[in-house]
Design a protein around this ligand. Structure first.
Ligand code: UFG
Length: 351
């Protein structure tokens, strides 16, 4: 354990740090004492999030944050960032993430998500930084044979290019370690991140019509959309609607900080599920959000959405055992915080 470092002596590069999960993780890192460098091209994020981070963490902590507006595909920009900062570890969030869009734009998705990761790890290697946490997804489990999903559950073929990029980047990072055992790789497989910072200052701000359930429900609650479209009520689940393991974004952010502490001084490739272990149906979400915002949210049942699985939820025992991390928040907390964010910022960061 020769290279163990205290957080205040550890500089973490966060790619995609202005995005939904990235920004909440940056707050947790700054609160944990880390030095943080964000690289984000703001293609799917707002620069205003930087102000919000400053307001949440205060002047002292925000003095440990720097921001570079750059694309992770831009090797020269990455070189400058590594030259100017003593980066010890990287948390890699940056990437395109819309499942449906990935089906119609496979070249863009493969080239951006995989290309930028290859550029990033190549620049890391050049600068002697071989420690990376990757933002993976439960999507790599495909349509599960058995629940809950453990890290031993098999990876299954992805159903869309977005899913394949997560799948392949996991393999690519594994190959790095095979070639050079000095690499230290943690793959975090997220279940369904929702919620927002409890202050209402930061949250999810999708561009256009939201693809995911929670931002859609939140926009119905605030009057931007008429009703929730429930994709299928004939699944083999208690109420017929799809079941997912929703996790509060603050818990997910804390999971990254736990992973950084856990990986300190190690090498290898390790996978952790980050979820709560509980499955919640679409109708249960609508009910919980209705309770949070104080009115019954209208919904309509639609046909199933192609590519959706019936149910998935995580076994999170490994993260608890190894990293001492466990989700703290329940569905009511997630809906409350999401509502606080949405009601204070009806049009997101631009509002
Ligand atoms: N749903 C609706 N109406 C909507 C949107 C979603 O009924 O308007 C339903 C879906 O059918 C599903 C559930 O709500 O049953 C959750 O759907 P999301 O789109 O919110 O989330 P997914 O589980 O489909 O996708 C998430 C991540 C992806 C990841 C995937 C698999 O957003 O990045 O999990 O792990 F790939």
């Amino acid at each position: 354990m020769s290279n163990q470092k205290a957080p205040q002596d550890t500089c973490v590069l966060v790619t995609g740090g202005a995005g939904f999960i990235g920004s909440h993780t940056v707050v947790k890192l700054l609160e944990g004492g880390y030095q943080v460098v964000i690289v984000d091209d703001l293609s799917n994020a707002s620069e205003r999030v930087l102000d919000r981070i400053d307001r949440i963490v205060g002047e002292d902590a925000s003095s440990r944050l720097s921001f570079y507006r750059a694309d992770v595909n831009d090797r020269e920009a990455l070189d400058v960032i590594f030259d100017e900062n003593p980066i010890d570890r990287v948390i890699h969030f940056a990437g395109f993430k819309a499942v449906g869009e990935s089906v119609s734009k496979p070249i863009e998705y493969y080239s951006n998500n995989i290309g930028s990761t290859l550029t990033l790890v190549d620049v890391m290697r050049d600068h002697g930084c071989k420690s990376i946490v990757f933002s993976s997804s439960a999507t790599v489990y495909g349509d599960p044979d058995a629940l809950p999903l453990t890290e031993q559950s098999p990876k299954k073929p992805a159903t869309n290019p977005y899913g394949w990029t997560k799948w392949m980047i996991e393999e690519i990072l594994g190959s790095l370690h095979t070639a050079d055992p000095a690499w230290n790789v943690v793959l975090l497989r997220y279940f369904n991140p929702i919620g927002a910072h409890p202050s209402g200052l930061m949250g999810e701000d999708p561009k256009g019509i939201p693809n995911n359930l929670l931002p859609y429900v939140a926009q119905v609650a605030v009057g931007r959309r008429d009703r929730v479209h429930v994709f299928g009520d004939d699944y083999d689940t208690p109420d017929g609607t799809g079941v997912r393991d929703y996790i509060h974004v603050m818990d997910l952010a804390a999971g990254h900080v736990a992973a950084l502490a856990w990986m300190d001084g190690r090498t290898g490739v390790e996978v952790f599920n980050l979820g709560t272990g509980n499955g919640t149906s679409v109708l249960e979400i609508i009910e919980a959000f209705s309770a949070a915002c104080g009115r019954e949210l209208p919904y309509v049942i639609e046909p199933r959405r192609p590519g959706d699985v019936t149910a998935n939820y995580a076994d999170c025992a490994k993260a608890r055992r190894e990293m001492g991390w466990e989700a703290q928040f329940g569905i009511a907390d997630m809906c409350r915080d999401s509502w606080t964010w949405q009601s204070h910022n009806p049009n997101g960061y631009e509002g």
